[in-house]
Design a protein around this ligand. Structure first.
Ligand code: IPE
Ligand code: IPE
Ligand code: MG
Length: 253
């Protein structure tokens, strides 16, 4: 049955109009565990399987960029034990998946204030970045200790520094320069943002980059999110009309 649904979705997709960049807020791990009477850590572990499946299908579909929100600048407010579990799972994920990531051409690009992460996480990230550096398939941005506001603060600081040093003038500050000073420098803005688990907010994710992104949300919790849901999101995305502030099909005035 689910194979039928998958096939129907695959038949519906217009392969020439896939999004170049998909962003996902991987939310709902805690609720998934609580629903089962399990500690929240089980939900975070189960969420890793969803990530594995989604990275794999994005690679198969030849999506260029996938940005996943794994740990926000606000998530430090959680109990230390939960933060530790999340950091341990990150290290485990990288160790376990690195071979497959390499085989499938995935290039890992962590984004966020990485220098504030625990050393074990920084080391594992650095090793994975080095090993995947030359890969030319999917660019996987993992947002860690990431906050959209902090990213904007970092951008403002770097531009201010360049102005102070006389490298650029104030007149040269434009949207292109701002974009190039964000963590996603050189990448197109996300075409599609997916938020599972029913909450309708962006929770400080990619504040600048989401200006004209199509939002897609579902009540499915992240640990239950699989390729069939991603394909459903793609089908819905392709039905949308993106106007970017203009008008549709304007041939004459
Ligand atoms: C997402 O799941 C993982 C992180 C935010 C790190 P949550 O832990 O937020 O799960 P819920 O929202 O409590 O269900
Ligand atoms: C957003 O989820 C951050 C990540 C998924 C990493 P949260 O669970 O932290 O967001 P809020 O608190 O519901 O807005
Ligand atoms: Mg949450």
């Amino acid at each position: 049955m689910s194979g039928d649904i998958l096939q129907r979705l695959l038949d519906t997709i217009d392969w020439g109009r896939l999004p170049a960049h998909i962003a996902i807020i991987m939310d709902g791990n805690g609720r998934w565990a609580t629903e089962r009477g399990l500690p929240r850590a089980f939900g975070h572990r189960a969420g890793m399987d969803s990530l594995k499946d989604i990275v794999r299908i994005c690679g198969e579909l030849k999506i260029s960029y996938l940005t996943v929100y794994a740990f926000s600048t606000e998530n430090w407010k959680r109990p230390m034990q939960e933060v530790n579990v999340l950091m341990d799972l990150l290290v485990e994920y990288l160790g376990r998946e690195i071979n497959e990531l390499c085989q499938t051409g995935v290039r890992l690009n962590p984004i966020g204030r990485l220098g504030e992460l625990p050393l074990r996480a920084q080391n594992a990230l650095q090793a994975a970045v080095e090993r995947t550096r030359a890969n030319e398939g999917l660019s996987l941005n993992i947002a860690l200790n990431y906050g959209g506001r902090v990213e904007i603060v970092d951008m403002v600081r770097s531009i201010a520094e360049d102005v102070k040093k006389g490298y650029i003038s104030i007149e040269q500050i434009d949207e292109k320069l701002v974009s190039s000073c964000l963590y996603t420098t050189g990448q197109p803005d996300p075409d599609l943002l997916i938020r599972p688990s029913g909450d309708l907010r962006i929770s400080n994710f990619l504040l600048w980059q989401l200006a004209y992104t199509e939002f897609w949300h579902t009540d499915i919790l992240w640990p239950d999110f699989r390729r069939v849901h991603l394909l459903q999101a793609l089908v819905d995305y392709q039905r949308r009309e993106r106007r970017f502030g203009g008008l549709k099909n304007v041939n004459s005035t």
